[in-house]
Design a protein around this ligand. Structure first.
Ligand SMILES: Cc1ncc(COP(=O)(O)O)c(C=O)c1O
Length: 435
């Protein structure tokens, strides 16, 4: 870990005081909830797959040291403060870049657009940029409506696509009802149920939006052939197919796109849109992308090329950094590493699930994206706390609380995988002791 002698950015005040400030000026209930869990700690130094809290659970006690198996949903695919990415950011700043001006044309949007087109499946060759995942999802739905001239949208129960306008409408009631945010044209159906999909996709539907591997919904694995059939249904009814690869994309499954061979090696589906966020930032500079087939462009931009603009989306700096990330993560050697680590990790988690089957129902996943389903929510919540106390940071899925989502950075090494597995096992064994 970095030495931090100056405390200019990390640990500027004692943790206790920062918690008070957070509570008073940012979000009081969040602080109370974390404290209630016994986790009233603030992340401090971070490096690679590890992060330290500012202090321990009691004021003045040593920091907790955690192996980050959240990766913030893929933001830290390359670990915290990846040296190549940090260097790229410094070089880009020294080399003359800033945000750029969204009304003008941009060298870096052009270069990143081409890079993405080269990596995308099929003829997905156009990209519109944003800052957050939700913004890019909104873009995909907005463009689908413009193209189809229809309003309907089908999404999956338990799915999560963001906190913004259209994205929020695709999600579960818990996230939108308090904001009185509900349009009848937005409908949710059970994930992986092709008959439900067939019934829901009618001629007033603009788009179907699915996470290729639903993350908040419990790291669910659709039956083989599901996405190929969704594609057929969409084609049949003239409906746009949007795949949210915010968590499952960019190599997370050991294949660059989950929808194109990452979920099932022989199932390579080309949707109309692929949306990326989180990992696009490389953990240092926010960027999201909504990539789509060329025929959609005309419906959106032909009459007015300024009709959809985002001041900070697709900034020159963000694009230059994402370009470097794509170079690293699309390298076949990098993807082979993810595959190899994924096999090791999956095998280890399956062994844990088998050995501790009185508590755990199933381990499922692809590459380095895994879910560990407990028999009930209480054990899952207590298990999460127990595993964190053993030094592995993970969380239960927001929309399927009996399941932990486990996503180490893609740069994780063999010995670190072994350490993570040992600690997860210990955490669950400790839960058994207190039960
Ligand atoms: C699968 C998926 N899509 C979209 C989003 C929205 O991304 P953001 O929070 O950057 O708006 C998230 C965020 O957690 C996500 O997990």
């Amino acid at each position: 870990m970095n030495n931090n002698p100056h405390k200019k950015f990390i640990g500027s005040l004692p943790q206790k005081e920062l918690l008070k400030l957070y509570s008073k000026h940012v979000n009081g209930p969040k602080v109370r909830m974390f404290k209630g869990f016994g986790l009233g700690v603030i992340p401090g130094e971070r490096d690679g797959i590890r992060l330290k809290t500012l202090e321990g659970l009691k004021p003045g006690t040593p920091p907790l040291e955690l192996l980050n198996c959240r990766s913030s949903g893929g933001v830290f695919n390359l670990g915290h403060r990846n040296p190549k990415i940090i260097q790229r950011l410094k070089d880009a700043l020294d080399g003359g870049l800033d945000l750029g001006d969204h009304l003008l044309l941009s060298e870096w949007r052009a270069l990143l657009g081409k890079k993405l087109a080269d990596l995308m499946p099929g003829d997905i060759t156009k990209t519109t940029f944003g800052v957050s995942g939700g913004e890019a999802i909104d873009t995909a739905i907005k463009f689908s409506r413009a193209y189809t001239k229809r309003k309907g949208c089908i999404s999956a129960v338990g799915g999560y696509h963001g906190h913004t306008g259209y994205a929020l409408l695709t999600g579960d009631p818990d996230f939108k009802d308090p904001f009185l945010w509900n349009f009848p044209e937005f409908k949710q159906i059970p994930y992986g149920d092709i008959d439900a999909m067939r019934k829901a996709v009618t001629e007033d539907i603009a788009c179907v939006i699915l996470e290729t591997i639903p993350a908040s919904g419990g790291v669910l694995i659709a039956p083989e052939g599901y996405y190929a059939e969704v594609r057929e249904i969409c084609d049949d009814k003239g409906v746009m197919m949007i795949n949210d690869e915010v968590q499952a994309g960019l190599g997370r499954t050991g294949v660059f796109w989950a929808i194109y061979g990452g979920l099932y090696p022989n199932e390579k589906v080309v949707p109309d849109f692929i949306v990326c966020g989180k990992g696009m930032s490389s953990g240092v500079y926010p960027l999201s992308t909504c990539s789509y087939k060329p025929f959609i462009e005309k419906a959106v931009y032909k009459e007015d090329p300024f009709i959809h603009i985002s001041t900070t989306g697709g900034s020159d700096l963000g694009c230059a950094i994402a370009f470097e990330m794509l170079e690293i993560q699309s390298d076949p050697k990098f993807l082979d590493h993810v595959k190899e680590m994924g096999i090791l990790f999956g095998k280890g988690l399956e062994e844990i699930a088998e050995d501790l089957s009185d508590l755990i129902k199933e381990a499922r996943g692809r590459g380095l994206m895994w879910g560990l389903e407990f028999h009930n929510e209480d054990d899952s919540q207590l298990g999460m706390l127990s595993i964190i106390k053993e030094g592995v940071l993970l969380n239960y899925c927001a929309n399927k609380k009996d399941t932990h989502i486990i996503m180490p950075p893609l740069i994780v090494k063999k010995e670190e995988i072994e350490e993570i597995l040992t600690r997860i096992r210990l955490g669950i064994l400790n839960l058994k002791k207190i039960k």
